[in-house]
Write a new protein. Structure first.
Length: 83
């Protein structure tokens, strides 16, 4: 499977979050391969995501007073003064 096909598979899954075994079958994949492709894509996305400190420093640099991450409010103005 090409990278493009794998990306289409994962984007389609993220849009609707269907049963992964059935979704994989629709793409001609076994259940094990569907899970592997999904988790590989999630790992790639997670590696590119900023950590909390980077996100807070960026928000402070852009003048945002706070940031809401996963339902929790973090003060971004304090982040600028931290190392």
């Amino acid at each position: 499977m090409t990278c493009w096909f794998q990306a289409v598979f994962v984007v389609a899954w993220f849009r609707q979050r269907p049963n992964l075994a059935l979704h994989g079958k629709a793409f001609g994949l076994s259940q094990a391969t569907a899970y592997r492709y999904l988790h590989e894509a999630i790992d790639v996305l997670a590696d590119q995501a900023p950590d909390l400190h980077s996100a807070l420093h960026r928000a402070a640099g852009e003048g945002l007073p706070h940031l809401i991450l996963d339902g929790k409010v973090f003060d971004a103005t304090d982040a600028a003064s931290r190392p």
